[in-house]
Write a protein that binds this ligand. Sequence first.
Ligand SMILES: [Zn+2]
Length: 133
Amino acid sequence: MTTKTQRCLDCGQPVQGRSDKKFCDPQCRSHYYNHHHITTASIVVINKILKKNRGILKQLNPTGKTMVRQTEVLKMGFNQNYHTHIYTTKNGTNYHFCYDQGFLDLGTGQLLLVVQEIEAKKEQDLKRKKPSS
Ligand SMILES: [Zn+2]
């Protein structure tokens, strides 16, 4: 028989009763699972939007830098509200990125699409260049 006190996974209060009990009452139990479920669902939904955004940008930008009409991008299902990070250039321009695919809203109904070089790839390129020089 174990006497170790379990704490409720939801509210953190010590749980009375069986040692494998994880919640103090059904309310805590349902609160915990509802909250956890909602959080997980949101992540799944947002990841889907981000991946779709990235796919659209990549498809429209095979050369690594191109200009597209904003309406064209939106028509394909692009959601401009979702991005993974912002890259600010030296002159203060904010590029929004969905993973490695970025866009700049030019404010003229057009988006400038760019691709961010991954740091690791840059290092590889530098190593590759060294012997030839
Ligand atoms: Zn509780």
